[in-house]
Design a binder for this molecule. Structure first.
Ligand code: ADP
Ligand code: MG
Length: 360
């Protein structure tokens, strides 16, 4: 849980870093959607107050995930919270100061630095950047973004293979050979994200953005390839639709966002029930968001969620909702394994070479 800095925090909650508990005592007139309940206590794996630095967040939330991706595991970090609570600041960072850079640039920096420490391993890095808006997928790294509107761009669509794995059609994968190239891709994607956004169409509060770093690695002389992915997800604002103007396009957007975060919650509840033996079907396919991050939700992945909170009094209701959601997410258990397979072409080569070596 991370509290966004503010000059006027409500004072309705206390953060106890020792017990990692957050307690709310909400004035009754603000307890609206929570059916008059005024006292809440939530426990988190980690708590970050208003003074927490971006470096601290990276060290405590992301470093272990990044390192496991280097070892061949999948990992996902997503930010959940109402608009203005600091999701984008946490995931991407602030543009003004170097120390404000967020988890994506720090993860890239760590990854390319780690390659140098592992000279015996060959790594290939690919970047993709997907935006999901109104149930449509858009490639933020599509070069035609500059000349086309969002509606004119080819849609990214889901394809499921016979084994049940999900693939994304029309989502480009860009090889990055160094940190600078990868950062340029992030910058390009963020620029495209901003172009599509006008005051009438505040896409960032209604869309989900998924920045994916894919790694392929092979130990020198080995025929085994490891493939792993790190998803960094900036979710749409979690605020409820009743705050949104409900006419025309705005309404359509609001309903959709509501829908995909609602289905995200349903998947999480289903995973929890499945663990207790109460059900077997997990409704991943209801919405594009859960289909895309399926592996990260109860699958083969190390997953962390950062709940971002705006401490100002009028946002108390939403802050409590965010914490309740986080609490449900925390009950889901994943099991991560290394993603390894033998490259058949390399195996053939080794088999061919073997007799020659023996003859010498
Ligand atoms: P969201 O993506 O959840 O809508 P933002 O990340 O855009 O929210 O944050 C809203 C505003 O607050 C931005 O101007 C952002 O720079 C600022 N902000 C958020 N978190 C912090 C922080 N930890 N330190 C300084 N400024 C922050
Ligand atoms: Mg944002």
């Amino acid at each position: 849980m991370r509290v966004r800095p503010s000059k006027r925090p409500s004072g309705f909650f206390t953060v106890n870093p020792d017990t990692r508990e957050l307690e709310f005592a909400v004035p009754p007139d603000l307890a609206g959607v929570h059916h008059g309940r005024t006292n809440f206590a939530f426990r988190f794996n980690g708590m970050f107050g208003m003074g927490a630095s971006q470096g601290e967040i990276f060290e405590r939330v992301a470093r272990a995930s990044v390192d496991s991706v280097l070892d061949g595991y999948n990992a996902t970090i997503f930010a959940y919270g109402q608009t203005g609570s600091g999701k984008t600041f946490t995931i991407t960072g602030g543009a003004e100061r170097y120390e404000d850079r967020g988890l994506i640039p720090r993860a890239l920096s760590r990854i390319f630095a780690a390659f140098k420490d592992r000279p015996g391993v060959q790594y290939t890095t690919y970047i993709s950047y997907l935006e999901i808006y109104n149930e449509g997928g858009y490639d933020l790294l599509d070069p035609s973004h500059e000349t086309k509107t969002l509606e004119e761009l080819p849609r990214v669509t889901l394809l499921e293979d016979e084994a049940g794995s999900v693939h994304l059609k029309n989502l480009s994968l860009h090889a990055a050979t160094n940190e600078e190239e990868a950062l340029n891709l992030l910058f390009l994607g963020d620029t495209n994200r901003a172009i599509a956004e006008t005051p009438m169409n505040l896409a960032s509060s209604r869309s989900h953005c998924i920045f994916t770093i894919s790694l392929e690695s092979r130990q020198e002389g080995s025929s085994t390839v490891r493939r792993s992915k790190l998803h960094l997800v900036d979710l749409a604002g979690s605020e409820r639709t009743h705050k949104t103007n409900s006419s025309g396009q705005l309404f359509r957007e609001a309903t959709h966002i509501n829908k995909s975060l609602h289905y995200l919650e349903m998947v999480i509840v289903a995973l929890h029930e499945a663990r207790r033996g109460l059900r077997t079907h997990i409704p991943y396919r209801n919405t594009m968001l859960t289909s895309v991050i399926r592996d990260s939700l109860g699958g083969n992945c190390m997953t962390s969620m950062i709940a971002t909170i705006n401490p100002e009094p009028e946002h108390t209701d939403e802050s409590v909702s965010t914490c309740r959601f986080a609490q449900r997410v925390a009950r889901v258990q994943n099991s991560a394994t290394i993603n390894e397979e033998t490259d058949p072409s390399l195996l053939v080569r080794q088999v061919r070479w073997a007799p020659c070596t023996a003859m010498r």
